[in-house]
Design a protein around this ligand. Structure first.
Ligand code: SF4
Length: 244
């Protein structure tokens, strides 16, 4: 598996756990708000750290870290993902996958092999806005199949949406209805991109929605999914530890 970067200790990437985060290069989407743009281009260069080096380093962190998060980019594009996760789990770590949900066959393989303890799947937009938000055509059958796989309940999971300015109240509630009954849905703060490239694209620099708007949407979603959390906003929210 190619490795683009490693964060050695994170308190925010796995709910209630201390985790290392392993980032893989490459992504099949081009979300305009992506803050990992350096990772997503096909020609992005891995950091030079090998899978073997990461495994050897993880052996030295036993008892200090609880989990390993595999993020990206889109990790399910990596042919060696399952083998890497199997090695990590054999050390005794919990494994979390961050995914955009476009590769349900890989997700099913990982679940069936018992390699996942937690999955965070992005749902970028309601169906009709998906392609515009992601910058490419997205197979909605694949997104649906990934949603169904997770809602089967064989692995802990959360769905999450970055609340970009282009998504209105009806859009967020439409996503909520698509995952009605889901265990956890997280609304993530949109951080406007500040770059020379972004200055030429007004939607990249728009402000996020104000807190009262978010509180109203969160309240309504709380009646649709089992638990609705916010992440990154400066308003009260349910602590992530309560997810478990
Ligand atoms: S799916 Fe994630 S990594 Fe890929 S472009 Fe979108 S935000 Fe970036």
């Amino acid at each position: 598996m190619e490795i683009a970067a490693v964060v050695k200790c994170s308190f925010i990437d796995y709910p209630g756990k201390i985790a290392a985060v392993v980032f893989t290069p490459g992504c099949n989407l081009r979300c305009f708000f992506c803050h990992n743009r350096g990772l997503i281009d096909g020609d992005s260069v891995p950091c030079g750290t090998t899978q073997e080096e990461v495994i050897a380093w993880l052996e030295t962190r036993l008892g200090l870290l609880d989990a390993v998060v595999v993020s990206g980019g889109e990790p399910t594009l990596q042919p060696g993902l399952a083998a890497f996760m199997a090695e990590v789990r054999s050390l005794g770590y919990l494994v979390k996958l961050d995914t955009n949900g476009t590769r349900p066959n890989v997700l099913a393989l990982l679940i069936n092999a018992g390699l996942l303890d937690y999955v965070a799947m992005d749902i970028k937009a309601p169906t009709e806005k998906y392609d515009a938000v992601c910058g490419v055509r997205v197979d909605q059958c694949a997104i649906y199949n990934s949603i169904m796989l997770l809602m089967d309940g064989r692995v802990d999971y959360e769905f999450r949406t970055t609340i970009v300015p282009q998504l209105n109240r009806e859009d967020i509630l439409a996503i909520g209805n698509r995952i009605r009954g889901a265990r956890a849905y997280v609304l993530q703060l949109y951080r406007a991109i500040q770059s020379a490239e972004a200055l030429n694209n007004p939607c990249w620099t728009s402000a996020s929605h104000p807190p009262p708007w978010l509180e109203d949407v969160q309240q309504h979603l709380g009646q649709i999914v089992k638990i609705c959390l916010t992440r990154g906003f400066e308003i009260s929210c349910i602590p992530e530890a309560q997810v478990h």
